[in-house]
Design a protein around this ligand. Structure first.
Ligand SMILES: *Cc1c(COP(=O)(O)O)cnc(C)c1O
Length: 394
């Protein structure tokens, strides 16, 4: 049916009117268990009372001033991010792709400020996804997203995921940085092994490169650590892009840097009209406080271990259709066997009132709210069991 919207999305028939915790509710009252949460966004579930209260309170006071004026909520939230990460500096954005743009500009400008404007190339990996702005589609390197939009942007060198020799060979005098998702989301829910992240850090130190993590999807508690790379201990980045879960559903993101990497981003080098606006900061502060409340991340680890264990059982039962269980924490995927299609499984799951997503590499993706309990995991696995049984080839 034609609508006045761009045909960039092909949504199903369901139209959701409201949300409650881990559930979305249709106009007619039908309830669905939400195991994708706006693609890893609604970290606290839907209509979280504290987030709602903070947004309402801010809405009564002040919506927007632009960054011409100090936004107190930004100072507060940036201080929290810096206290609980590698970072010393923060730039707020409205989205993940803008956080990535800021990261790329910051990396290039770092070398420029050091008198090496020739060092601007950025190494990326196959299967990467960094967003949809022109810079980000070029960083992501997915031919399907680049096709038909004119010449590619200069300065990105993509190497095959996991090919260590190719990675080393790609580093030249002109390389500025490496950008990587600690857990590839869109590309098929693939976690980078901790040893590889540490290897990337060493490689960057050896060659004077900046290490950029795109934690837009993997961050904000999604894997059971505040930032996914924390699982790898010493493998800290110089720059990190975050978004999605940090706003819990309010559009916001951020680019975090060390002092060294970010200090040269001075007046005139970057900006955003809406980035870090008071409404976003009101919600962002609540989301952060919840994520870092005692026991919250431990709960994510526990419930995700339970879910993953159940999914392995399911994969065993449906060996003919499920090839592999993937992911980390509450970012999990089922890679389907050849002949079965991830989007068809998502459709069957909807028939059983479970909402899941699809990712690259024929993976059915799940990213439920971080507040789910074991009962939700059981409900999801039962629905998936039924959906897999009903799933036909093609
Ligand atoms: C979603 C995503 C982005 C883009 O974020 P938007 O808010 O859609 O611009 C960038 N990087 C990763 C890893 C993502 O998952």
């Amino acid at each position: 049916m034609p609508t006045p919207l761009f045909d960039t999305y092909a949504p199903p028939a369901q139209i959701f009117e409201r949300g409650e915790g881990a559930y979305l509710i249709e106009r007619g009252g039908e309830k669905y268990l939400d195991f994708i949460s706006g693609i890893a966004v609604n970290a606290l579930g839907h209509a979280h009372p504290k987030a709602v209260a903070a947004l309402k309170a801010q809405a009564d006071k002040l919506w927007h001033t632009s960054n011409m004026f100090t936004v107190p909520g930004q100072l507060e939230l940036a201080a929290k991010y810096c206290k609980d990460s590698f970072a010393d500096r923060v730039f707020f954005t409205n989205s993940g792709t803008e956080a990535v743009e800021c990261a790329i500009k910051t990396a290039r400008h770092y070398h420029y400020a050091k008198g090496r404007p020739d060092r601007y190339r950025i190494i990326t990996f196959t299967g990467a996804f960094h967003g949809r702005t022109f810079g980000a589609i070029n960083a992501g390197g997915n031919p399907a997203y680049l096709e038909g939009f004119g010449p590619r942007m200069e300065g990105f060198d993509q190497v095959a995921f996991g090919d260590h020799d190719a990675l080393k060979a790609a580093i030249t005098e002109e390389t500025a940085a490496i950008i990587v998702e600690p857990v590839q989301g869109e590309g098929g829910v693939r976690a980078i092994p901790d040893t590889c992240l540490r290897g990337l850090r060493e490689l960057c130190d050896e060659h004077g490169l900046l290490l950029i993590y795109d934690e837009v999807q993997s961050g904000a508690g999604r894997t059971g650590k505040l930032w996914a790379h924390e699982w790898a201990g010493s493998a800290q980045p110089d720059i990190m892009a975050v978004a999605k879960g940090v706003g819990g559903g309010f559009p916001m993101g951020a680019c975090l840097t060390t002092d060294e990497a970010g200090a040269h981003m001075v007046v005139g080098t970057h900006g955003s009209t809406f980035g870090g606006n008071p409404l976003a900061m009101a919600v962002g502060n609540v989301v952060f406080d919840e994520l870092t409340a005692p026991g919250f991340l431990e709960h994510v680890v526990e419930v995700s271990n339970f879910l993953t264990q159940q999914l392995h059982g399911l994969a065993d039962t449906h060996k003919d259709k499920v090839a592999e269980v993937r992911g980390k924490g509450l970012l999990v995927g089922l890679k389907l066997q050849d002949g079965y299609v991830n989007k068809s499984l998502a459709k069957e799951a909807r028939n059983h009132h479970l909402l899941i997503g699809a990712a690259g590499d024929n993976v059915a993706r799940m990213a439920p709210p971080l507040i789910i309990e074991e009962t939700h995991a059981r409900e999801a696995v039962n629905a998936l069991d039924a959906a897999l049984s009903a799933l036909k080839e093609g």
